[in-house]
Design a protein around this ligand. Structure first.
Ligand code: CP3
Length: 319
């Protein structure tokens, strides 16, 4: 999840003199930051340190990742002319990603590396709104007002997103995750009409690699089966829906990922441990389960609690 490292003093130290996007383009730093939670917590997989807007910056979008805010775009994309200025992503535009993944795969040994990208809707929301948005009003105005431009924009973003996933897969990532963080803002019929084909295209870009794909969104309880049907092997579940409900909505075709509420990491150990145990037990009824948080780690989380949660998950899931 995003911000995982922010609760670690060693992350803050590594990042002290380096701006976020610059850090993402520095393979030695990417390697160090990606390894930090593996070293400290003993998690079973590493998530690549990057950001969903890295490929947008790589194709020339003028943007910044502001601390405490998120990605901010200098010139929002709202017209055909704006779209025409958004080129496709080719691997030569992100040599630092290939280098960082290759280096990491070597250092991680048997521990798998999970690569990722942002899904077309979430990327479009940042581009169209110009930054983080609560209501996605400009995005929806474009989607409903000019479906042709919306589809062309999302087709371009699917290419960018799919190519970004494929660069990581080609360099040795063991699995990839497609984050559609903000798509929970749409009802299912609109998801299926305006978004699903584009997310499917992004996931299809790595199909030939034969690696597992994970698809995650926030507030997407109503969309879980439709997100699985976009072509994922694993559907990520946020903390608003129990894994039991998610599994009954998904049927037996998908593994699930999730879904401890990151705020519960601030609760006393007993209720927290009880929740961890119940999530592991619920996950056992799915064809597969990746234990994870239901969204990103909050920066003020005590890292010691995270380590303890990892130990408990290992104990109760008997690897
Ligand atoms: O946690 C990790 O280090 C894994 C790598 C990762 C980052 N971003 C690094 C990051 C991942 C998987 C992401 C994905 C991401 N980025 C998503 C999808 C997942 C989700 O959380 O829904 C989204 C929506 C973004 C966009 C983004 N980037 C946001 C909203 C923020 C937070 C801004 C803030 O400070 O509150 C970022 C910045 C970001 N991306 C940070 C990290 C480690 C924090 C940078 C810092 O140290 O200040």
């Amino acid at each position: 999840m995003r911000q995982a490292g922010r609760s670690l003093p060693e992350y803050r130290e590594a990042r002290a003199d380096t701006e976020m996007l610059e850090a993402c383009r520095t393979p030695d730093l990417v390697t160090e930051i990606t390894l930090q939670p593996v070293r400290r917590h003993g998690v079973d997989a590493a998530i690549f340190f990057s950001d969903i807007v890295v490929p947008l910056a790589a194709v020339g979008v003028d943007l910044e990742i502001k601390a405490g805010v998120g990605p901010v775009i200098a010139q929002p994309v709202r017209s055909r002319a704006d779209l025409d200025r958004l080129p496709e992503l080719t691997p030569d535009l992100v040599p630092y990603i290939t280098e960082a993944v290759q280096q990491l795969v070597g250092e991680l040994g048997a521990t798998p590396l999970i690569g990722f990208a942002g899904a077309p809707f979430t990327l479009a929301s940042y581009l169209v709104e110009g930054g983080p948005s609560k209501n996605h009003e400009h995005t929806k105005a474009l989607m409903y007002g000019d479906p042709q431009l919306w589809n062309d924009l999302c087709a371009r973003l699917a290419q960018i997103s799919g190519a970004f996933l494929d660069v990581q897969a080609a360099a040795g990532a063991s699995a990839v995750q497609l984050f559609d963080s903000w798509v929970g803002a749409l009802p299912r019929a609109d998801y299926e009409r305006f978004v699903q084909p584009h997310s499917a295209a992004a996931l299809a870009a790595v199909e030939a690699r034969g690696i597992p794909t994970i698809h995650f969104g926030v507030g997407t309880g109503e969309l879980l089966p439709a997100m699985g049907a976009a072509g994922a092997d694993v559907v990520g579940v946020d903390y608003r829906v129990s894994l039991t409900d998610a599994i009954s909505r998904l049927g037996d075709r998908y593994a699930v990922q999730g879904n401890l509420d990151p705020a519960l990491l601030f609760a006393p150990w007993e209720p927290l441990a009880a929740k961890v145990r119940s999530i592991v037990a619920e996950g056992k009824t799915a064809p597969g389960h990746i234990f994870n948080l239901g969204h990103g780690v909050l920066p003020t989380t005590d890292p010691g609690v995270l380590t303890r949660v990892v130990e408990l998950v290992h104990e109760v899931s008997q690897r």
